[in-house]
Write a protein that binds this ligand. Structure first.
Ligand code: PLP
Length: 392
């Protein structure tokens, strides 16, 4: 049997590899504490679960859903954008619900890129931007995100030969994996860049609602002219602890939305209807649990940053996102440091190189771990004795 080359060449997804390593250790009876994947440990708010249970009992919700989403859900998304960001959206043309945002991000490359086109992709970044580009026989061109530039891409450094072939630009703020944030002035620069070079902007913003110290991250669509050049992905996964429910959305430019709608209507049948109705409840019901959750993550963030700094690691205090991005100690590379922590103290951190070459020298730790395990994991990290070129 011959499998397609694009699949043969596909590396295993980052977290599949990490989960396998954890499973191997656990099978040997070793206790592993994982700061790996950013999957909220807190429960989905109960009013959303109750709405799902109620909707699941109605036979009307047992049939095929519409792939473009219920009008009620598109309306709720538009209303949420209006209230949260003061951004107006046409629920019929500028909003498309997704079966989790990963699905839409992955499929968008097929709608916007021809073979040989270039996608400008940040490095480090959520791996799906580059994987989907490659699967569409297009080419990622990596824009390094460096600490000295606040982990924003240097758009002025992209060579003209690349700009001539570039069709899309991916950005993500609050950022996974660095925890960096961007302001609307940066988004304004992105809109100007996109207009100048005729590039479609895809902003991935699942962490806008996970923020600390009173900070409220902006939407890309708040930049003047943003809708003319791009779209924004958002998700209920992180805001409402609903990663397992699979509800995301893409909003903004109607031509891009229409392309993805046509693509998806040929391939999938949408989000199960009872889940769509629960998503309406999430977006339009009480929002007070978001603050409670953010307070929990903020406390964890503070504890984690303090421990890592006590270990002598260089770490910035993230204003938003679920991640702490830590510089590895002298003498280590990302993979070496991550594997030493796993071997010596049974703690999983994600090597920065899992998100791209420019992630070298860093590891990512996630705040989505129950308090008791967090405390245990941090005390194990404190007890770690470096074996390479450093003393504690
Ligand atoms: N985009 C980024 C930057 C993410 O970190 C994630 C998940 O971790 C996603 C998209 C996918 O989220 P969803 O659960 O909506 O598919």
């Amino acid at each position: 049997m011959q499998i397609a080359k694009r699949i043969e060449n596909l590396p295993p997804y980052l977290f599949v590899t990490i989960s396998r390593k954890i499973a191997e250790k656990r099978a040997r009876g070793e206790e592993v504490i994982s700061f790996g994947i950013g999957d909220p440990d807190l429960a989905t708010p109960s009013h959303i679960i109750e709405r799902l249970c109620q909707a699941a009992k109605d036979p009307a919700n047992h049939r095929y859903p519409e792939s473009e989403g219920l009008p009620e859900l598109r309306q709720a998304i538009a209303q949420w954008y209006q209230q949260r960001f003061d951004v107006g959206l046409d629920p019929n043309a500028e909003v498309l619900p997704l079966i989790g945002s990963k699905e839409g991000i992955g499929h968008l490359a097929w709608c916007l890129l021809n073979p040989g086109d270039v996608a400008l992709v940040p490095d480090p970044a959520y791996p799906v931007y580059s994987i989907s580009t490659t699967l569409a026989d297009a080419e990622p061109y990596y824009l390094p995100l460096r600490p000295e530039n606040g982990y924003l891409p240097d758009l002025g450094a992209v060579p003209q030969t690349i700009l001539d072939r570039a069709k899309i630009l991916w950005i993500c703020y609050p950022n996974n994996p660095t925890g960096a944030v961007a302001d609307t002035a940066f988004f304004d620069r992105v809109v100007a860049f996109a207009k100048q070079h005729d590039i479609i902007v895809c902003h991935d913003g699942p962490y806008t609602e996970v923020a600390y110290d009173g900070y409220r991250p902006p939407s890309f669509l708040q930049a003047v002219g943003a809708k003319e050049v791009g779209v924004e992905f958002h998700s209920l996964s992180k805001s409402y602890n609903m990663t397992g429910w699979r509800v995301g959305m893409v909003v903004g430019n109607s031509q891009v939305i229409d392309a993805l709608k046509r693509f998806k209507s040929n391939l999938d049948s949408g989000i199960p209807q009872a889940i769509q109705l629960a998503a309406v409840e999430a977006l339009t019901g009480p929002q007070d649990e978001l603050t409670l959750h953010n307070n929990i993550y903020q406390r964890r963030r503070d504890l984690m940053v303090e421990t890592l700094r006590d270990m002598g690691l260089e770490v910035l205090l993230p204003k938003a996102s679920l991640y702490v991005w830590a510089k590895v100690p002298p003498g280590y590379d990302s993979a070496g440091f991550a594997s030493e922590l796993l071997e010596q103290v049974g703690v999983v951190v994600t090597p920065g190189t899992g998100y791209g070459k420019a992630g070298e020298g860093y590891v990512r730790l996630s705040l989505t771990i129950p308090d008791a395990s967090l405390v245990k994991g941090l005390s194990r990290l404190s007890a770690w004795k470096g074996t390479l070129g450093r003393s504690k």
